[in-house]
Design a protein around this ligand. Structure first.
Ligand SMILES: *[C@@H]1O[C@H](CO)[C@@H](O)[C@H](O)[C@H]1NC(C)=O
Ligand SMILES: *[C@@H]1O[C@H](CO)[C@@H](O)[C@H](O)[C@H]1NC(C)=O
Ligand SMILES: *[C@@H]1O[C@H](CO)[C@@H](O)[C@H](O)[C@H]1NC(C)=O
Ligand SMILES: *[C@@H]1O[C@H](CO)[C@@H](O)[C@H](O)[C@H]1NC(C)=O
Ligand SMILES: *[C@@H]1O[C@H](CO)[C@@H](O)[C@H](O)[C@H]1NC(C)=O
Length: 841
């Protein structure tokens, strides 16, 4: 080994000498190249001609190991150095003795202190190479070329063929059919260790090619096939202002790449060690990377979460539903919210021309691994083709651009379908005549309902028109400015200041992500500083309400009239085009969850402060339920929606929005369940029924969280696998309720003993989370109970709702699932009972 090494060294030296001799005359020595006579050692770098990229040695994160890598040069300061490519991912050099050379055969080698090669390119050396040069191009591509041959097709080697974890513009994902090699990006092990991690992003060329994210061999997420505008799994990318995508299927390659719309923008796509694919764009003003988009983002992105012939809809708990004409394969699993078995046909296919196709709209197309595509034919022919072959299960357009073209056929079970509110595609599913008939029949009453809706809408529209005339007349009389938030319908001169969009944009740095305080059910919240130094919080409502400006304004004015010391104060609003913004007072101490669930900050809240917070929330909620003019049900009460002012007074935020923004509701039933798992009452989460009692349930969860310092969502007791509610209930039954208490809240003076008041609060919390809404007290009683004498008798709580081992809507990846000791048969059967009771079918 040693001998060969020495021999190689000598031959290398000789070669180098020979070449030095040969090209000594030519003064080619550029900053972006290395050649057999010019290598780079640790500490030296080469920089691309436009100074976009730099190549050299570095140590990632807190590691001391040395790697050869490439990072951004001119745009990004050294303090934020962002490495985009690493050569010796698996073979770090332990000291600063590394040297990068290019041999006369055009092979790049990385040598360590003892002259051993730790990494090299193994390009098939061409016989005729004279004067190989390795050059760092301004695109971030390190290429080895033969002398002055700058034709990319003739590169001896290029780093773009071997990406690390980052996809730069013009890099490809997919398969190089000519070279029999795949292009993919693979995550680092950790931020300190660039060696190949678990996650790979690739374009699977089988069937109709689709973008996939894999962990080892298992498929985690599918971006779906390319439909001409976007990946079908990511309709949001269609209107991408940063880049556009290019998709190539040719005999030589099946590939996907992107190019930037504005070449002076710096943007990259990276697969993180955690398995999230993210696009970042460098923001000059803040000197930081802004996250532009990330995937997978939710439960429905998990591959096959709902099984075959079933669709996932993130807005419709419990997320999975069989496609029309299909039923769950196992009703038992399905009722236990295990959807992985998926659905089956009600009736078998006849396999003659009696079978038909059912159109379903707005879908992410199913897994295309075994599909077949013909870009030349249209939808009609596509359907005929599918009908002819009994193994064909569905068809769709392969492209959606320009109204749709191309034909995509599936020949297997339909897997991983997702329903989008916007931007999905139409899918035509093969179905037996009987099932088609029954689906059509079940849809018919809806048609009647539609007619009804149209009729009543017309009536309402006419009424509104008349009302509009009256209001307009009034408005003109009052000569109020058009762009202001004024209450037209009320004679009290109640005005809500209208903020100018430009002012808000300046205050928030144009909704800079760095100013983002959080994301709620109705949109993101940004911190802003007005020109006079006042701090504000701006809620940027998501654009899905479909509500008119005027209607919205009136609602906002009603919300503004709700004034209570335990509600966040609305300062004003701003409505301009699509933008709907609400401006609130800024709460210096942020939200309650940042205290109670935090090991350190939790210590700042002792029992008396926590009790004051509980009382404050109860009063705020009581005001919303009973005392305000509107009778508002909050519907999303949770720790992150309770803000704390400088004196730690709790203030409920996001109230009233459910009323104004969750329009698709009748009095006590809603199709769109807004809210947060872990805080939702069973009747609301499952049946969409809500009332003041669903808020009481959320309040009860909050009380138990404040006392225990643990989140209900995600809590799982190692002994019995119950969630926080179940755990509290069990302790209560065993008369050990005091054990629930977070030790942090018992200051030194009580020296560890739990005051009776804490236990009383646990008791009240349990009363609020009882399974049946009618058993729960209303907020008036809650406030009374909280304020009453310690000896006053409280009712005995009954079993809470949603107390089994894991929240049925919780991530299925096992994160929150307990490793229950399977011994306790009793608790098992009880859990099952609860579940079936909750999901009667
Ligand atoms: C260089 O690499 C070889 C083989 O990997 C190793 O045995 C040797 O110790 C390394 N030398 C130094 C100085 O790291
Ligand atoms: C390059 O190296 C890989 C693995 O080290 C090997 O499988 C492949 O055959 C090599 N290619 C050439 C052209 O030598
Ligand atoms: C491209 O981006 C740069 C810097 O962000 C900007 O100054 C320039 O106006 C942009 N050009 C176009 C055509 O948008
Ligand atoms: C189609 O197949 C079904 C079931 O096999 C059969 O009952 C029916 O008669 C067939 N119809 C025709 C037109 O062949
Ligand atoms: C139906 O399609 C499958 C898959 O492409 C193919 O293997 C089979 O031969 C086709 N059958 C007929 C009758 O065309």
């Amino acid at each position: 080994m040693q001998d060969t090494g020495t021999y190689e060294k000598w031959s290398l030296l000789l070669l180098c000498a020979a070449i030095t001799w040969g090209i000594a005359a030519s003064p080619v020595s550029s900053l972006d190249t290395i050649s057999p006579v010019k290598s780079i050692a640790d500490g030296e770098t080469i920089v691309s001609s436009g100074e976009s990229f730099e190549l050299g040695f570095f140590s990632p994160g807190s590691s001391a190991a040395r790697y050869l890598g490439m990072w951004y040069k001119k745009n990004i300061p050294a303090s934020a150095r962002t490495v985009v490519w690493v050569a010796n991912r698996e073979a770090p050099i332990s000291d600063r003795s590394g040297v990068l050379k290019v041999t006369s055969q055009g092979i790049l080698v990385l040598l360590n202190g003892t002259g051993d090669s730790v990494w090299s390119t193994n390009s098939s050396a061409d016989a005729r190479i004279d004067g190989p040069v390795a050059q760092l191009l301004d695109s971030g591509n390190l290429v080895v070329r033969n002398g002055d041959d700058r034709n990319p097709a003739n590169y001896i080697w290029q780093s773009f063929d071997y990406p690390a974890d980052t996809l730069l513009p013009d890099m490809k994902l997919g398969r190089n059919l000519a070279a029999g090699r795949d292009w993919f990006i693979r995550s680092w092990k950790s931020t300190d260790d660039p060696s190949p991690g678990d996650y790979v992003v690739w374009m699977d060329p089988r069937g109709y090619p689709q973008l996939v994210l894999k962990k080892e061999e298992s498929l985690l997420y599918r971006g779906g096939p390319w439909n001409g505008l976007s990946w079908t799994g990511t309709p949001a990318l269609k209107q991408n202002p940063v880049c556009y995508y290019l998709f190539v299927i040719s005999p030589k390659e099946v590939s996907y790449r992107y190019e930037l719309r504005n070449s002076s923008v710096v943007s990259r796509l990276v697969i993180q060690p955690s398995g999230i694919l993210q696009r970042f764009t460098w923001i000059e003003q803040t000197q930081s990377w802004r996250l532009f988009y990330a995937t997978p983002i939710d439960q429905c992105d998990t591959y096959g979460f709902c099984g075959a012939y079933s669709r996932c809809n993130i807005n419709a708990p419990p997320l999975c539903a069989c496609l029309p004409g299909f039923v769950p394969k196992s009703f038992k699993d399905w009722s236990l919210l295990d959807f992985s078995d998926g659905c089956v046909r009600k009736s078998p296919l006849a396999c003659n021309y009696t079978d038909g196709f059912l159109q379903v709209k707005g879908m992410k197309l199913p897994d295309t691994t075994t599909s077949w595509v013909d870009k030349a034919i249209g939808l009609r022919q596509c359907g005929q083709l599918c009908a002819k072959n009994c193994t064909c299960t569905a068809y769709a357009n392969s492209d959606v651009e320009g109204g749709g073209s191309g034909c995509l056929l599936w020949f297997s079970e339909l897997m991983d379908i997702r329903e989008f509110t916007e931007g999905g595609q139409d899918l035509y599913i093969r179905m037996a005549a009987a099932d088609l008939e029954s689906v059509a029949a079940s849809r018919r009453p809806n048609d009647k309902a539609k007619v009804g809706i149209i009729v009543s809408c017309t009536v309402v529209a006419i009424a509104l028109l008349i009302l509009g005339f009256v209001l307009c007349a009034r408005r003109r009389r009052a000569q109020r400015k058009a762009n202001e938030c004024l209450d037209d319908g009320d004679d009290e001169e109640m005005e809500l200041p209208a903020f100018d969009l430009v002012v808000i944009k300046n205050a928030t740095g144009n909704f800079l992500s760095d100013n983002k305080l959080g994301e709620g059910g109705f949109g993101a919240v940004y911190k802003g500083t007005l020109a006079d130094g006042c701090q504000i919080a701006v809620k940027r409502l998501s654009k899905s309400s479909g509500q008119g400006d005027k209607e919205f304004k009136n609602e906002v004015i009603l919300i503004a009239k709700l004034q209570h010391r335990n509600l966040v104060k609305l300062l004003g609003c701003c409505i301009k085009g699509d933008e709907k913004l609400l401006i609130y007072e800024y709460m210096a101490n942020k939200s309650l969850d940042s205290f109670i669930f935090d090991e350190e900050r939790g210590k700042l809240l002792d029992w008396s402060m926590r009790f004051q917070i509980i009382i404050g929330i109860a009063r705020g909620l009581l005001y919303l339920h009973q005392d305000s003019r509107l009778r508002i049900i909050h519907r999303d009460l949770k720790a992150s929606n309770v803000l704390l002012d400088t004196d730690m007074n709790p203030k409920i935020s996001d109230f009233g929005l459910a009323k104004t923004f969750g329009r698709d509701q009748s009095v006590a039933n809603t199709k769109r369940v807004v809210g947060t798992y872990g805080y939702m009452s069973p009747e609301y989460a499952v049946d969409g029924l809500f009332s003041v009692k669903s808020d009481v349930f959320s309040f009860g969860v909050l009380v138990l969280e404040i006392i225990s310092g643990k989140r209900n969502r995600g809590f799982c007791h190692p002994d019995h696998g119950l969630n926080l509610l179940g755990h509290a209930w069990r302790l209560w039954m065993e008369e050990k309720a005091a054990e629930l208490t977070d030790e942090k809240i018992l200051g030194a003076e009580v020296s560890g003993s739990v005051p009776g008041k804490v236990v009383r609060c646990i008791h009240i919390g349990l009363l609020c989370v009882q399974k049946l809404p009618e058993d729960r007290p209303n907020m008036g009683s809650v406030v009374m109970m909280l304020g009453s004498d310690e000896n006053a008798v409280l009712p005995r709580p009954k079993q809470p709702g949603f107390y089994m081992e894991r929240n049925p809507f919780e991530d299925s990846d096992g994160y929150y699932r307990c490793q229950t000791s399977s011994s306790n048969g009793d608790s098992c059967s009880r859990n099952q009972m609860t579940t079936t009771e909750l999901y009667p079918r």
